[in-house]
Design a protein around this ligand. Structure first.
Ligand code: NI
Length: 185
């Protein structure tokens, strides 16, 4: 397992629709990729990570739902599609590809998602609250949409100077350096 570098805003792969997963074609390499994605997400304290955020052009994402006093629930979604949406939520979001930036994004309060799990089996997820928000955020990533593109024009314009400042810092960030190296002793 290894922590991978997370692509930051401005890198083209984040704004391209990802390639559908052919489960049989990827099943041998999938466990290692998923393990790396979970490790990377945990290392930086994220709630979700899409494959294109670690430079992999595949329609898959991992999500971790944190619960009080209990271990987090880890979910893998391959080829996810939202089949139903209802209600409105307008809450603050952040993104591992935009470290340090937060903004309120309008989304559905509840969603139904169809996907395949890590074994290639079909699943249907009914989600609300944080889980619904994470699913929509990650599925957007897989469609090549970053969260700031969901903001109204005025908010995007207001964020522009902050974004430009942060972008300079992001250029130097490489999460893969967080990997524990064996120190010879
Ligand atoms: Ni994100």
């Amino acid at each position: 397992m290894a922590i991978r570098r997370i692509c930051k805003y401005g890198e083209p792969i984040l704004e391209r629709k990802t390639r559908k997963v052919d489960f049989d074609a990827v099943k041998k390499t999938l466990p290692a990729l998923l393990a790396d994605m979970f490790e990377t997400m945990e290392a930086v304290g994220g709630a979700g990570l899409a494959a294109n955020q670690v430079g992999v052009d595949l329609r898959l994402a991992v999500i971790s739902i944190k619960r009080e006093d209990e271990p987090p629930v880890n979910i893998v979604i391959l080829n996810p599609e939202i089949t139903e949406k209802s209600g409105v939520s307008h809450e603050e979001e952040g993104c591992l590809s935009f470290p340090g930036l937060f903004a309120k994004v309008r989304r559905a309060a509840k969603v139904k998602v169809r996907a395949l799990n890590e074994k290639g089996l079909p699943i249907e997820i009914n989600a609300e609250g944080l889980f619904a928000k994470a699913l929509q955020h990650e599925i957007d990533h897989l469609d090549g949409l970053v969260f700031v593109s969901r903001l109204p024009l005025m908010s995007r314009l207001k964020l522009k100077p902050a974004l430009l400042g942060l972008k300079k810092k992001w250029k130097k960030m490489d999460e893969s350096r967080l990997n524990k190296t064996d120190n010879a002793s």
